[in-house]
Design a protein around this ligand. Structure first.
Ligand SMILES: NC(=O)c1ccc[n+]([C@@H]2O[C@H](COP(=O)([O-])OP(=O)(O)OC[C@H]3O[C@@H](n4cnc5c(N)ncnc54)[C@H](OP(=O)(O)O)[C@@H]3O)[C@@H](O)[C@H]2O)c1
Length: 302
């Protein structure tokens, strides 16, 4: 699989594996280690984390699996996120639920991530969510410290709209500090960034968009959900036409967008990973793409 250049130091695979649900998989380190090898064999080398995933446990689960094959570190890219504090009974400093974009919190969060993941650096660090209290100068100072310490190779944001992106990006002047990615929710079920201008704005600034929950977290397969039912009534027959799975059609739909969206998949079933990859071989017509789009909108386009 071709890679996508993020900056001069980092490239991502076109499909990214997410680890938000890794705590629920209940795998041994050996089982997760085998899965990591299966991903890398398929060209999926970029692994998406956040400090808070799984009550702050998922990075550690990954780190234990990575320890079994330390050489794997050179074949993969690790993304993590910081900036959210969630209350956890296990961690005494996590009092309350808030965003914390202070220099101290960002640096401490990265240090904890590196320790949990059992690595020396992150390929990319994302600010997980924008905060009303966000001071771009303070974030810039934290990021500068992390670059100087060799702990982070590139930066990005997640869930930032245009103005939040602009506010931070105008402070990030040097090459290594440029915002390279914005991780946003988008799928045939969730179109907001396609309709509110965020996706176009990122495309215009050459910021790569990572799509979280590209299958709407599995909601698209819940036929008790009226919107999902409407969308799948279009996707189902297309899967039959292209002799493929519905997941492959969903990935083909995302892939047709000119912004070259990078899906962050959340499955832990290798057969479903293969379905995601198969989506890259399917070229939907414009009409097929719009049939899915309007089914999601729930009304025709003007
Ligand atoms: N930046 C953010 O704010 C943010 C927020 C949320 C998530 N994320 C990132 O995005 C990643 C992916 O999110 P996600 O897990 O919601 O992605 P997703 O790929 O949309 O959903 C994955 C879920 O759908 C299920 N699924 C997949 N195919 C299915 C099928 N054919 N039928 C029924 N269920 C199916 C999976 O179960 P199986 O495992 O059994 O296949 C899994 O539970 C996360 O791991 C995280 O890295 C980021």
């Amino acid at each position: 699989m071709d890679k996508v250049e993020i900056n001069q130091y980092v490239s991502f695979s076109k499909v990214i594996q997410g680890f938000w649900r890794a705590h629920d998989w209940q795998w041994t380190p050996q089982e997760l280690n085998r899965y990591l090898h299966e991903l890398v064999e398929r060209g999926i080398t970029t692994m998406d984390h956040a400090d808070i995933y799984g009550d702050y446990r998922c990075e550690g689960i990954f780190g234990e699996a990575l320890k079994l094959s330390p050489e794997l570190r050179d074949s993969i890219e690790i993304v993590s996120k910081c900036g959210i504090v969630l209350p956890s009974e296990r961690l005494s400093w996590t009092t309350g639920h808030r965003y914390d974009h202070s220099r101290q919190h960002i640096k401490q969060s990265v240090d904890r991530s590196l320790q949990e993941l059992n690595v020396d650096y992150l390929d990319s660090l994302l600010i997980h969510r924008p905060s009303p209290l966000m001071d771009p100068n303070e974030i810039t100072d934290a990021l500068m410290d992390l670059v100087k310490a060799g702990k982070v190779k590139s930066f990005g944001v997640s869930n930032f709209n245009k103005s939040q992106y602009d506010l931070l990006n105008q402070c990030l002047v040097c090459d290594k500090l440029h915002i390279t990615v914005n991780q946003l929710e988008v799928s045939p079920y969730t179109l907001d960034i396609m309709t509110d201008g965020t996706l176009n704005y990122m495309q215009q600034d050459n910021v790569k968009v990572m799509a979280w929950s590209p299958l709407a977290g599995g909601k698209l397969f819940d036929l008790a959900d009226d919107k999902a039912k409407r969308i799948m009534a279009i996707i189902g027959p297309l899967a039959q036409k292209y002799q493929t799975s519905t997941s492959s059609i969903i990935m083909a739909w995302l892939n047709k967008h000119p912004a070259a969206i990078l899906p962050v998949i959340g499955t832990h079933q290798i057969s479903r990973v293969d379905e995601a990859l198969a989506g890259f071989d399917i070229k939907l017509s414009d009409q097929e793409w719009f049939d899915i789009y309007t089914a999601s909108l729930g009304h025709d386009i003007p």
